[in-house]
Design a protein around this ligand. Structure first.
Ligand code: GDP
Length: 139
């Protein structure tokens, strides 16, 4: 195991419900170091770029509509084994299949509106942090 970076996004559904604080406290309780954090209303173009790997999938338009419909909170996080640890904390993509106590189980409402994002590999963690926070390496 090694110290890694992962990108977390608090998605628009959580911000709309004013529950960002629940996720932020969990991030701190889980021992992550916050390298960078900002709230942003993502443009459709920024979302399409971020989720480019999903272009062409049946849910791509729905995903881009959702992620650009209101503000999100972007966080570059660092921790030992950050990628797998954050994925375990957030739970399965579909909240219906997520373990009790995971963020998606507690705050997600559907496979699309599932509360939070987490990078899925060490390489993507570094790339996704750079996508929104260029130069975060120096933080
Ligand atoms: P993740 O790594 O757990 O976020 O899951 P994926 O990389 O497979 O999908 C990215 C995001 O697309 C998910 O977090 C969901 O917000 C959305 N998504 C995935 N599958 C579906 C689906 O079947 N329908 C809809 N509407 N959205 C989906």
């Amino acid at each position: 195991m090694s110290v890694q970076r992962t990108l977390a996004i608090i998605k628009p559904d959580v911000v709309e419900k004013r529950q960002q604080g629940v996720v932020l406290q969990r991030i701190l309780d889980e021992g992550f170091r916050v390298l960078a954090m900002r709230q942003a209303r993502l443009s459709r173009q920024a979302v399409e770029g971020f989720y480019a790997v999903h272009r062409g999938k049946p849910f791509f338009d729905e995903l881009c509509d959702f992620m650009s419909r209101g503000p999100v909170v972007l966080l570059a996080l660092e921790r030992e084994n950050a990628v797998a640890h954050w994925r375990a904390v957030i739970g399965a993509t579909n909240p219906a299949n997520a373990e009790p106590g995971t963020i998606r189980k507690e705050l997600g409402s559907s496979v699309g509106e599932n509360a939070v994002h987490g990078s899925d590999s060490e390489e993507n963690g570094a790339r996704e942090c750079d996508y929104f926070f260029a130069g975060v390496d120096q933080a």
